[in-house]
Design a protein. Structure first.
Length: 118
């Protein structure tokens, strides 16, 4: 009986873990539509800074602050044209201020990027 219970608990645990797992597809969609033109398809940078290697290692709260409020991990203002997504909202879906789920998804997606040029 104990064993059955243990298995049930493990299964439940697995299900919950899945439910909060980041949605990389959603993250990719958001990244492609809103970030790629400046930060590159591989997060390698362009108009915008390279995202892989530095910002991809930030705490989520710092990342969120950068995207919403245009402040880096030391509280310095980021240069234009990095949009203040907390103010202007996304390009697609247009005008939507990204919520924590959106940001977590984009953040998780950026962590999978190679940072390679081209
Ligand atoms: C119009 C161009 C543009 C778009 C679109 C854009 N960014 Fe940026 N981003 C920049 C620029 C330029 C900087 C560098 C600012 C600086 O150095 O002060 C930057 C900086 C950042 C930083 C801080 C990097 C660091 O190491 O300091 C993060 C994080 C970031 N962008 C994430 C995003 C995300 C996520 C998106 C999409 C939701 C996005 N950006 C869309 C131009 C853009």
């Amino acid at each position: 009986m104990k064993r059955v219970l243990l298995i049930a608990v493990c299964l439940l645990g697995g299900l919950t873990a899945n439910a909060v797992a980041h949605d990389l597809d959603a993250g990719k969609t958001l990244y492609t539509a809103n970030c790629q033109k400046c930060h590159g398809a591989n997060g390698q940078g362009g108009v915008g800074k390279k995202l892989v290697g530095d910002a991809s290692k930030w705490e989520f709260t710092a990342f969120k602050n950068a995207v919403l409020n245009g402040l880096d991990d030391e509280g310095h203002k980021l240069k234009q044209p990095m949009p203040l997504f907390g103010k202007v909202g996304l390009t697609d879906p247009k005008g939507k201020v990204p919520d924590d789920t959106d940001l977590q998804n984009v953040y998780a997606y950026i962590k999978t990027l190679s940072g390679k040029k081209g």
